[in-house]
Design a binder for this molecule. Sequence first.
Ligand code: TXA
Ligand code: MG
Length: 315
Amino acid sequence: MTQSPPSCIVLQPDPAGLAQAAALLRGGALVAFPTETVYGLGADARNGTAVASIYAAKGRPSFNPLIVHLPDSAAAMDYVIWSETAERLACAFLPGPLSLVLPLRPGHGLSSLVTAGLPTVALRVPENPVAQGLLRAFGGPVAAPSANPSGRISPTTADHVRAGLGNRIEALLDGGACRVGLESTIVGLDGVPTLLRAGGLPIEEIEDCLGAPLLRSAGKTITAPGQMLSHYAPKASLRLNVTSAAEGEVLLGFGPMDCAINLSQSANLLEAAARLFDCLHRLDALDKPIAVAPVPMAGLGLAINDRLRRAAAPR
Ligand code: TXA
Ligand code: MG
């Protein structure tokens, strides 16, 4: 008889659970944890072996650099060369769903696997109280990509993580559903402020804060491989901007309409973002081609449409 691989332990987000999660990280283990965007798959960012096991667990192409999570922006000074623009964005939006890419500081101590050998690193200060509790209990930088197998839909609940990676990680902190539900917006500050990935913080808010438009990285040889076209992919095919589903398709709706699952009955983009990956997980389980209703290209709609386009890309 074949034995199924052992499943991860599920930790409660109380002081004992957080202390155990922090101890596991210190020992080089992988711990999945909630953030307000999506669940992250965390490892000690200074421990090359631990970081390598993230890539192994996700089956991720090794050129993908990871985001380093910190409890506050003051902690960032140990790793990067801070700037006035970084300070301005940090004051306005951190903690929150924004990652900043900044030049590495000499002696930063991060594993070069985290940065995939780049001279820059992406930093993020999550606001989720469980993430905050873990980062403070651990007291060091935590490298964490989204806690899904590479190329699959990002996890926004503990169940998603368990289903995707449960037998490849040591522990999972269960913090319920993620509030935002889309990965962080990534802004490059190594030069002119550049949008590297649309995400949970609307671009308009960042541009208002900076008083200038962000450069768009489209077409540049940006090493943000989350920008690989086929990403976030469910198993079934996806057809976008569909107003009525064809025979055999299931419709993912937006706004008042007749459909299998609705991102937001009231056409609320915040609600749609929070539900997007969960809806895709649920549709994926139906194993039928998916048709998706149009989602407006404003505010969080940019990031939602970006994720949908990637999910629909040929692979
Ligand atoms: O919301 C999030 O950002 C989640 C949670 C867990 O924090 N994390 C996340 O990580 O989405 P991940 O690894 O799935 O996406 C990281 C993105 C990738 O597209 C990567 O290429 C980009 O960040 N990135 C990381 N370091 C970079 C760098 N130095 N320069 C440019 N892009 C970078
Ligand atoms: Mg990801």
